[in-house]
Write a protein that binds this ligand. Structure first.
Ligand code: FAD
Length: 274
């Protein structure tokens, strides 16, 4: 398999860099081809602006969605963005790795998504009508490929449990897993999250590395998060509401969009906390 790892940490001696190296070594040992986009090392430009669209004339009003659509269609996106799109099309598996910063990804990685996930490539794909709302959420350009997150967090695992004060980790990662990865079609694997990392010492590293190696060995076989398919009949079109007969009665929020979400979260917490 071909694996693209997009890495977002500014320090090569960090815990994240050490975990990245463990992942790469294990993948290569398994015979996989690995490419890395190291965003800080590559001085990735994180913000969307006019410079991203060389065809835009100076006096034209800059409308990012329209500019992205036109540039993708005309194959005139900037070279750095085109190189990342080419890597995404090359890879069977995409891994995004980052430290949790303010309950999300570092800005540089969000900027990678903003610039690389272009209109016509990652969104605005497929027929949009009153019968079909595009190819997205399980369908789209990247369908048939797999993606997963490797995340480190300062907070405790309990703080990210179903009743933890930070909110459940699956809910916090939902905008990335569902909104960014599932949206253009990826099957999204459960994330590899390491908690309470700021006080980690060398002795703690090996058990974490062992668990990460195991996840790298099972990339092809780990069942993806069972997000509901937009066009699979679970949603009403065009309101895109979940059918009233699906999900727990009265339930709201992101777990509704996982088939059996409440049950699987409760089960996971049961396993984690006995
Ligand atoms: P490092 O600082 O590089 O290392 C962490 C520890 O691992 C160190 O003690 C190091 O000695 C040890 N270690 C053990 N083995 C190794 C090895 N082989 N190589 C390197 N180090 C090793 N946390 C949250 O939970 N939620 C948040 O919302 C959040 N927001 C944040 C926002 C910002 C702006 C910042 C800076 C931090 C935030 N944090 C948050 C904490 C953050 O998630 C952690 O600081 C981060 O995950 C640590 O990862 P690192 O790679 O930077 O670790």
């Amino acid at each position: 398999m071909k694996v693209l790892l997009v890495f977002a940490h500014p320090e090569q001696r960090s815990l994240n860099a050490a975990l990245r190296d463990v992942a790469i070594k294990e993948l290569e040992t398994q015979g996989h081809e690995v490419r890395v986009s190291d965003l800080y090392a590559d001085s990735w430009k994180p913000h969307v602006d006019r410079a991203d669209f060389p065809l835009l004339t100076q006096d034209a009003r800059f409308i990012p969605v329209a500019a992205s659509k036109d540039a993708f269609a005309a194959d005139s996106l900037t070279e750095d963005v085109r190189a990342e799109i080419e890597k995404l099309l090359w890879a069977d598996i995409l891994i995004l790795q980052f430290p949790l910063w303010w309950f999300s990804m570092p800005a540089i990685l969000k900027g990678w998504v903003d610039r690389v996930f272009a209109y016509g490539f990652a969104y605005g794909v497929g027929e949009h009508s009153d019968k079909r709302w595009g190819d997205r959420y399980g369908e789209g350009t990247l369908a048939g490929r797999r993606a997963m997150l490797i995340v480190t967090a300062g907070g405790w695992e309990e703080h990210y449990a179903a009743r933890g004060v930070n909110g459940p980790i699956d809910d916090l990662l939902f905008p990335i897993n569902h909104g960014i990865l599932y949206y253009p079609g990826y099957d999204v694997l459960p994330p590899f999250v390491v908690y309470r990392v700021d006080r980690l010492d060398e002795a703690d590293f090996e058990p974490i590395a062992r668990h990460l190696r195991e996840r790298m060995r099972t990339l092809a076989t780990t069942p993806p998060i069972p997000y509901r398919q937009q066009n699979g009949g679970d949603y009403l079109i065009p309101s895109m509401q979940l059918r009233p007969d699906l999900g727990d009665p009265g339930a709201t929020g992101v777990a509704l969009h996982v088939d059996g979400g409440e049950a699987s979260r409760a089960k996971r917490d049961e396993v984690a906390y006995g």
